[in-house]
Ligand binder design. Structure first.
Ligand code: ADP
Ligand code: F6P
Length: 323
């Protein structure tokens, strides 16, 4: 019998629970023991783990967040921290580990696999900045939450002929901003990948009123040089440049806390199941991700060395559609 463990790490993402459930139930179905590790790498280092049974993952597929808990764990970045983790895994006779998380978590997974321990990653982050998966667990739900906010803000913006800055998360990636901007019909989008000139932005927004629009929505990525705070600061200093009323809303963690939609539940289920499937074949050191319509394993080495690029054709399309 094989004994494996699963943890969730980094920023929680809607769908992580569905992935835990899939790992546990497909692992049990193979006759394995499956341990759940609490609070990500923190729990791994301290050996905070317990066996999970089928009923332990009942009723969680529809829940946002992660029942195992998550953490940002600076200690895991050091050899010393990872050696402690390795010791805890060995003391509990764990033979393989599934890491459900984003870019940083997969860097940790790669570092552990480099120390000779079998690890499989599952792509999960609302930022969608992880190489090896076209879309990660949580992205679709976070996008829909952002869209609901944008749609609502548009209603009030139109009533007052106002302009709104809506800041979405994404760390250093503009993916969430670009996609929610396109799907929400934004007049402008500010992302880290493209330099924003606030002066040109003001001209663009004024122009959209001239073209007969009743509002101007700007979706701003938190990682953009001119995020919502910086733009508000700029326009407060240069009030004369605007000529219309401007408000800012930062969505923040609201985007992360939602119940996963059908897409994320299904993606998480497929990725979790693929993780145990690969382990059963003796394959590890891979990230489970969705490429095209297929679940594929990408070597963790590639995942941590290659950068996921934004499709700039969509940026150009957004500009055309904003007219
Ligand atoms: P996410 O996985 O959502 O991107 P973080 O970037 O915070 O979130 O990473 C989660 C955790 O992964 C970190 O708190 C740390 O424990 C671990 N981690 C991140 N980067 C590395 C690294 N280069 N080496 C080892 N562990 C890392
Ligand atoms: O990585 C997910 C994410 O939500 C990013 O979009 C954001 O920058 C970050 O986590 C926020 O981190 P924390 O929850 O630690 O404030």
């Amino acid at each position: 019998m094989k004994r494996i463990a699963v943890l969730t790490s980094g920023g929680d993402a809607p769908g992580m629970n569905a992935a835990i459930r899939a790992v546990v139930r497909t692992g049990l179905n193979k006759g394995w023991e499956v341990f759940g590790i609490r609070q990500g790498y923190e729990g791994l280092i301290s050996g905070n783990m317990a066996p999970m049974k089928a009923r332990d993952v009942s009723g969680i597929i529809q829940m946002g967040g992660t029942v195992l808990g998550s953490a940002r764990c600076p200690d895991f970045r050091s050899d010393e921290g990872r050696l402690k983790a390795l010791r805890a895994l060995n003391q509990n006779d764990i033979e393989a580990l599934v890491v459900i998380g984003g870019d940083g978590s997969q860097r940790g997974a790669y570092a552990l696999s480099q120390m000779g321990f079998p690890v499989i990653g599952v792509a999960s982050t609302i930022d969608n900045d992880l190489y090896g998966s076209d879309i990660a667990i949580g992205v679709d739900t976070a996008l829909n939450i952002a869209l609901e906010a944008i749609d609502r803000l548009k209603v009030t913006a139109s009533s007052h002929q106002r302009s709104f800055l809506v800041e979405v998360m994404g760390r250093n990636s503009g993916y969430l901003a670009l996609m929610s901007g396109i799907a929400g019909g934004a007049e402008a989008i500010c992302i880290p990948e493209v330099e924003t000139d606030p002066e040109a932005l003001a001209v663009e927004l004024r122009d959209s009123y001239r073209r007969g629009k009743s509002h101007a929505m700007v979706v701003v990525a938190e990682g953009a040089k001119y995020n919502a705070d910086a733009l508000m600061h700029y326009f407060q200093k240069h009030r004369d440049r605007l000529g219309f009323d401007l408000r800012a809303t930062t969505l923040g963690h609201v985007q992360r806390g939602g119940a996963p939609g059908a897409f994320d539940r299904l993606l998480a289920t497929r990725l979790g199941a693929a993780a145990t499937e690969h382990l059963a074949r003796g394959e590890h050191g891979l990230l489970m991700g969705l490429i095209g319509s297929e679940i594929m394993g990408t070597p963790l080495e590639e995942v941590v060395t290659k950068k996921k690029e934004l499709d700039m054709r969509l940026w150009e399309l957004a500009e055309v559609l904003a007219k």
